[in-house]
Structures are given as C-alpha cells and as structure tokens.
Ligand binder design. Structure first.
Ligand code: UD1
Length: 426
C-alpha cells in the first residue's frame, strides 16, 4: 500500500502534459476485440489500463504494450468468460460483454466492481443486448448472455449511460442490420470509440448526439488509432493551479471538451486562456462562490465534482454543488472536513461554506476522484498532509506525484506507516 505526503501552501507554476483519456482508452481496448489487429497510441499508463490488458489476455487476445502504445491481435476464437478477479477491480471491465457476445455468440461476465460511488447497475446494457436478440440470465453473480446472431434494434436508454451506449455500439457493429440508440450518451469518449471503430470499417453515425445509428458490418479490419486527451486529468491540473493561486498551463487538451468546467473556473474569478493546444489558468485570489449541478455531457462532469468541492472549500461565500449522476459521491466531504473545510451534505447537495485556509491532516482516499480532491486540498493547505489509498489515484492519474513536482509541488510517495513518514521533510 502506498501513500502520499504533501507539504502544502505553495503556488503551483509551470506546464504539464495530459495523457490519453482513461475513459476513452478502456472502451477502445475492449472494442479492439472486434477486429483482427489494432495498434493504439496515447494509452495512459494506469492501473485500470493494466486491468483491461489482463482481461483482454484472459479471453485470448495477444496484447503487446510498449509504453503508451498497445498492439492487439485477436484470434478467430475467443474465450467467452471473463475472470471474476479482474472484473471486480474495475466496472469498465463490463465493456467486454458486447464484443464477446457478438464475437462468440455468448458471454459470461461477473457483475462489475469499481469505485464505491453508488449503485451503478448494468440493466441498461442488458436491456440493449436483449433488444438485439440476446437471452440474459444472472446466476451466482455472473451475467450470462447468449445469441447465436445479434440483430439490429431500436433502443431507448432511460438515462444516457456512457457504458451502456458504448457496450451497445460495440455489439451492434457486427450485428445483422441497423441499430438505433436514442437518448445515447454524448461524451467525447463515446465519440472516440465510434471514431476508432469506424477507422476499422464500422458504420456508426451520430456519435456525439443523442441518436446514434449503427449499420452492422460482417467484419472489422485492422486499424491504428490515437486516443483523445484526458479532459478529467486536464481539469484536475487546472484546479491545482487555481486552488494554490498559481499559474498552470495544461498541454494536450481539447478545450471544447472542457467548456462547462472552464465556464465555472471563470465564474470563480480565475483567468482562463485557451491556447492552440492547451489551456492556461492564472489565479491570484480565492474563488468566488458558485453553484454547480453535475449533468451528462456537455453538462458539468460528475468526475470533476470532487475536485471542485475542494476548490470551493476555499471560496468566498457559500457554494452549492448538486450531484445528479451518482447517489453516493460525497465521501471526500468528510475527509475534507478533517482539513478544516465546512461542508454539509444535504441529500444530493454539498453546501460548502468557504473558509480562508485549510490545514494539513491525515486523510483517506476512498475512490479515484475523491483521492484527487484530497490531493488538491492538501496542495493548498497550510502544513503537511498524509493521504492514504494512493492505489485509487493510480487507477486514473498517470505519474501524479511526478507531474505535480514539475509544477513545483512538494510531494512524495511512501509505503511506511504514517507515524514513520512523519519524519519526512520536503
Ligand atoms: C462512465 C465513466 C465514469 C463517469 C460516468 C458518468 C468510464 C470508464 N467511466 O462510467 O468515470 O463518472 O461515466 O459520466 O467511462 N446507469 C443505470 N443503468 C445502467 C448503467 C448506468 O441506471 O445500466 C446509471 C448509473 O447508475 C448512473 C448513470 O446511469 O446514475 C450514469 O452512469 P454511466 O454513464 O453508465 O457511467 P459509467 O459508464 O459506469
């Protein structure tokens, strides 16, 4: 178990480069099961990617990884069953269901695990497969699906689920006939998956809108593809600049993907400048209070909610953040209170009374974005903070300590106990 120690209170300055998007790389890797061969660039070096690679190997794919480049070759015959030990580690493992179902005629996948941020069912994925002709049963924690040949279908999603949209797109690529998904997720990562599959010969139209049409084809050829930059990682480093009242430029970002976040940073009173391939944030004061509601894209992303709670903890006045996507996503609030934040959780709202200063403390990262929120708070806090649960952060941020150090942060990784680490100096 590794932990982080951060000596806070220093404005961050400089430039940092974003990696490829985790939430695009994972479905793209799963989608590679649909084709003979794929080479994918800008795959971030993350624990979740390692889990997906292990999963793809376990079903029979030959996967070669060279830094941020991954080449997959898929044999004609794949194993239809995914191992429990891998799927329980990450919810996105469930994304292999669509590809395996359409390639093998059946798939058996354990019900997924992942971040503890709410119920996170998979009913919409399964309804989609059923509409395409699959028979579904759930036994002993495994979802079994079978269909000798999937056919196209009209599918309406009750909520625009990112994962369900992606899983259905992948199954529909090789199904017989046309599939139409209404109320589809419009996230850039869905568009990236569709672009990847289209580059291999799939016929997907409308990705990025609420209606996606997929004409099934018989075969996908090999392709090479570059993953889009990670908008959530970019937002995290911009907030790092803002919360420490520094000046940070984030490179390798697509500003369009961050419109809602940039609008809120500007409303907070920070100077945000869009550059050709990057974004600069400059901060010299505490944020003004703002109201935020998380929503499906292009609304404010739920994955940036926790980092923003940290930022607004230091706000001038009272801010309210409403979480509408996941019902249990305020675990960071309690830990932030240990650092002096004044946050009340009222149902799905966090009511944040800004304080002039946070103080370093020992806190626990309970999930990926909660961990990011604690790091951000620790960077701004006076004194030293110890953050346990680095493994959550490693699921979604490649080389977080190294990147923060290039911005001037005083941060170290340790695997001793907190008591032993208390002797560390910056
Ligand atoms: C993806 C992202 C995650 C992000 C989330 C919302 C990946 C790997 N992860 O997760 O980082 O926080 O989108 O932007 O891309 N739902 C159902 N039934 C289902 C599926 C989902 O009711 O079958 C509900 C969920 O409980 C949740 C909402 O739909 O309330 C959105 O979930 P979804 O978009 O599916 O999230 P993920 O794809 O799991």
């Amino acid at each position: 178990m590794k932990n982080l120690v951060i000596w806070g209170g220093k404005p961050l300055r400089g430039k940092v480069r974003c990696d490829g998007a985790k939430n695009a790389a994972l479905p793209v890797l799963a989608g590679a099961l649909l084709m003979d061969r794929a080479t994918i660039f800008e795959v971030p070096d993350l624990a979740d990617v390692g889990t997906m690679v292990a999963l793809l190997r376990s079903v029979g794919a030959d996967v070669r990884q060279d830094h941020e480049e991954i080449t997959l070759r898929c044999p004609d015959t794949l194993t239809h069953e995914a191992p429990y030990d891998l799927v329980r580690m990450m919810r996105a493992s469930f994304l292999v269901m669509g590809p395996l179902l359409v390639r093998c005629g059946k798939a058996s996948i354990p019900l997924p695990g992942g971040c503890a941020i709410g119920q996170r069912p998979v009913d919409l994925h399964l309804k989609g497969f059923e509409a395409m002709g699959a028979k579904i049963s759930i036994e002993k924690g495994f979802v079994h699906a079978s269909a000798p040949k999937l056919h196209g279908a009209q599918i309406y999603l009750d909520v625009p689920s990112v994962g369900a949209t992606e899983n259905i797109i992948m199954a529909a690529c090789l199904a017989h006939g046309e599939t139409v998904i209404d109320n589809a997720a419009q996230e850039p990562e869905v568009v990236d998956l569709a672009n990847f599959l289209n580059s291999a010969g799939a016929r997907i139209r409308g990705a990025g809108t609420s209606r996606i049409r997929i004409d099934g084809v018989r075969h996908l050829r090999g392709t090479t593809y570059t993953i889009i930059p990670d908008r959530i990682e970019a937002a995290t480093y911009l907030i790092a600049g803002a919360i420490t009242q520094g000046n940070v430029t984030v490179d390798n970002v697509i500003p369009l993907h961050l419109k809602s976040v940039l609008a809120k940073l500007q409303e907070c009173g920070f100077t945000v400048t869009e550059l050709t391939k990057g974004i600069e944030i400059s901060a010299s004061c505490r944020p003004k209070s703002v109201s935020i509601k998380t929503l499906p894209y292009p609304g404010f992303p739920t994955d940036v909610q926790a980092p923003f709670v940290s930022l607004l903890s230091l706000g001038e006045g009272t801010s309210i953040i409403s979480e509408t996507i996941f019902e249990n996503r305020f675990a960071h609030a309690e830990e932030l209170r240990r650092m002096g934040a004044k946050i009340r959780i009222e149902g799905s709202n966090a009511v944040i009374e800004g304080v002039p200063q946070l103080t370093g403390a020992t806190v626990q990262a309970t999930d990926l974005r909660a961990g990011a929120a604690l790091c951000l708070a620790a960077l701004a806090a006076q004194g030293v903070s110890y953050i346990t649960g680095l493994e959550h952060l490693q699921r979604g941020y490649a080389n977080l300590p190294g990147k923060l150090r290039t911005l001037g942060a005083r941060i170290a990784v340790f695997d001793e106990t907190i008591d032993q680490a208390s002797g560390f100096t910056p």
